[in-house]
Design a protein. Structure first.
Length: 295
């Protein structure tokens, strides 16, 4: 190879290196801009979650109504990455009736919060009209579904207790974990939802179910954050573990049951703070009021 040809190759290589340097500089500049955009989006999303969690803590009841003959124990834990839980216990205009609503949505941040606020408004307003739970959920679905994002879902359990005969009427859309403990038979039964979760494609008609609660019977409600908590191997806590936990839970009181559920979920997941909102509601009927009600 002649000296002239060698110089030409060197110049060509230098030009290639120069072009690569320019491309690399341009790439680094674009990458830096993209990183800045991502960092801004992540910061905004984190702030939205903090705001949503804060408002949800305010919305969640700190004091439940004092309803003779019934004891409640409740706990709401805000998720670090996903929110959307809501619960409430409220009296009807008919003082011998009260309602329980527990809800969980997969919508992100403010969308989930919107659902929670809507549930709160709907449950309080509709319950006072004396409508049955299935009708309440049907009307709520008509309000919520048109505003649900494509991948969002809302799970709702709504029940009304009539203290004249201690009949619990309920309706559910989606897998809110609901278990009834029959104290006399010492058996647990899962109250399966009769309708799918509220979503963009929801067309089902919510159905009403009912049961009579006896002395010392319990109702346990848990949101998806409890059921979907995962361990290091990616396994979910699930209904079977929850039922096993309930069967082994202390029987001293409703607070013990609630604490045992949350303890076992934390132990299973290894997380002191859950990724997704977790809500547990435990209700127990007191026998002395049932006796009085039968007279």
């Amino acid at each position: 190879m002649s000296e002239k040809e060698l110089k030409a190759q060197i110049l060509e290589l230098q030009e290639q290196v120069r072009r690569r340097d320019e491309e690399l500089t341009r790439f680094r500049g674009e990458l830096s801009k993209t990183n800045q955009i991502l960092e801004t989006m992540i910061a905004e999303m984190a702030q939205d979650l903090r705001i949503a969690a804060l408002i949800q803590r305010v919305l969640s009841p700190t004091e439940l109504p004092n309803i003779n003959g019934v004891e409640f124990s409740t706990k709401f834990l805000a998720g670090t990455e996903s929110g959307g839980d809501y619960f409430d216990v409220f009296e009807h205009e008919d003082k011998l009736k009260f309602g329980i609503v527990v809800a969980s949505s997969s919508g992100y941040a403010m969308s989930a919060l919107f659902l929670s606020v809507l549930i709160q408004m709907s449950s309080r307003i509709e319950a006072r009209k004396g409508l049955s739970p299935d009708v309440v959920l049907q009307q709520m679905a008509q309000e919520i579904v048109p505003n649900v994002h494509d991948k969002d879902q809302a799970h709702i359990f709504y029940a009304v207790m009539d203290r004249r005969n201690f009949e619990l009427s309920f309706s559910a859309c989606g897998p809110i974990a609901a278990f009834h403990h029959n104290e006399e038979a010492d058996t647990w039964a899962r109250l399966e939802p009769a309708s799918p979760a509220l979503s963009k494609s929801f067309t089902a008609m919510p159905l009403k179910q009912s049961l009579i609660m006896g002395p010392r019977d319990r109702l346990v409600l848990c949101t998806q954050g409890v059921m979907s908590a995962k361990n290091a191997e990616g396994e979910e806590f699930g209904a079977e573990r929850l039922l096993k936990c309930l069967k082994l839970a202390p029987k001293a009181g409703v607070h013990d049951v609630r604490n045992e559920v949350l303890y076992q979920v934390e132990k299973f997941s290894g997380l002191a703070e859950p990724f997704r909102d977790q809500t547990v509601v435990v209700m127990e009927v007191k026998d002395r009021v049932i006796k009085l009600a039968k007279r």
